[in-house]
Design a protein around this ligand. Structure first.
Ligand code: 5GP
Ligand code: MN
Length: 340
């Protein structure tokens, strides 16, 4: 890919605030640790591997820290076999690159200790806490991968086909293969240039959207079968650990369920409550576009985007469900007030 493509934030000609500092740090430091959020997705991993490959090309030392397994459907990403769960080989002056998360806590317990002065924070979530010494946060970008592409181009590193595949996976993952409203012309232009650079679009889509475990499909069926649609347009379902065990499915298999619930014609907001292995509940919420589920998630101690958000709730199933419905309804009332 030629380096003349306009990767600037959503077509604006200005470099996003924060980019300069991040670039200076990337150029001047020696070692970087790529850090993902819990339940890593295509955006956080694709962004990390792409930036890691680019930094290696300019002679930097890179560690991919992941206190988790790479999800099966993302193991095709170049570098995915290099992630490590320990800090072996991480030097005292290493810089930690937190990707795709609005606060440091999202990276999980293993990364809580990292002090702000060693953190680069690259993100596109609403209400990012600017928790790093260097922060590149552009809420209007569809994916963190878009911001990483801008950084790699600015570093003067050529976009290899492997880098392009990782970044296109990031964009495809966060735009629902260009279906969501965040897939604006700017994002689609970036994606087109990544395809021109050799990104494997078909492979990415097959892995992200066309490949599911049989047990995962069974759990999807059960979650839809037991879903509730309320009169005020909330479509929700609960997946317990027992349900996962019954089908031999994993948490990772539940990716699509909340989207399938949102597809219901009378649904304004969908919610999926998932019982985590530690007994807490994770909620995923999706909005059809009128209700801000990020604000609802925030009330539950989480965050995300206007149309896609989540939180972790430490409560019994009934309490968690009730808290989720209350938070969504508060946002619905807020939306109704705002609409006059
Ligand atoms: P998902 O429902 O797919 O887990 O997450 C949807 C969106 O909300 C993603 O952008 C994700 O990063 C964000 N999100 C999910 N859970 C949390 C959370 O507990 N805290 C914050 N801040 N964001 C979350
Ligand atoms: Mn993202």
């Amino acid at each position: 890919m030629n380096n003349e493509i306009n990767t600037k934030s959503n077509g604006s000609s200005a470099e996003p605030p924060g980019a300069k500092g991040v670039l200076e740090c990337l150029r001047s430091s020696r070692q970087f640790v790529m850090c993902a959020h819990e339940k890593p997705d295509g955006d956080v991993l694709g962004s990390g591997f792409a930036l890691g490959m680019a930094l290696k090309r300019i002679g930097k030392d890179v560690v991919y820290f992941l206190d988790d397994d790479v999800p099966a459907n993302l193991r095709f990403l170049p570098e995915s076999q290099l992630t490590q769960r320990t800090f072996d080989g991480v030097a005292d002056d290493a810089i930690f690159v937190f990707l795709d998360m609005s606060d440091q806590w999202r990276a999980g317990k293993a990364l809580n200790w990292v002090p702000p002065e060693r953190i680069i924070n690259i993100d596109h979530h609403l209400g990012n806490h600017r928790f790093g010494r260097w922060n590149l946060v552009v809420e209007s970008e569809a994916a963190t991968g878009s911001l990483v592409l801008g950084l790699i181009v600015a570093l003067g590193v050529p976009i290899t086909s492997d880098i392009a595949t990782c970044l296109l996976a990031a964009i495809i993952s966060d735009t629902g293969c260009f279906m969501y409203s965040n897939a604006d012309p700017h994002t689609i232009r970036l994606a087109a240039s990544l395809m021109e650079a050799g990104a494997q679009k078909d492979r990415i889509n097959e892995q992200l959207y066309q490949t599911r475990t049989f047990s995962g499909q069974k759990v999807l069926g059960r979650a839809l079968d037991t879903a509730t649609l309320t009169d005020d347009g909330i479509c929700y379902s609960v997946v317990s650990r027992a349900m996962l065990e019954e089908f031999g499915a994993t948490y990772e298999d539940l990716e699509d369920v909340v989207g399938a619930l949102r597809a219901v014609d009378r649904c304004e907001v969908s919610a999926l409550l998932k019982e985590a292995p530690d007994g807490t509940f994770r909620v995923s919420m999706r909005s059809r576009g009128r209700i801000n589920v990020m604000a609802a998630a925030k009330k539950l101690g989480g965050g995300g985007h206007f149309r896609a958000a989540g939180a972790t709730i430490n409560a019994t199933q009934d309490q968690a469900l009730s808290a989720v419905l209350t938070a969504i309804r508060a946002e619905m009332a807020e939306g109704a007030r705002a609409a006059g």
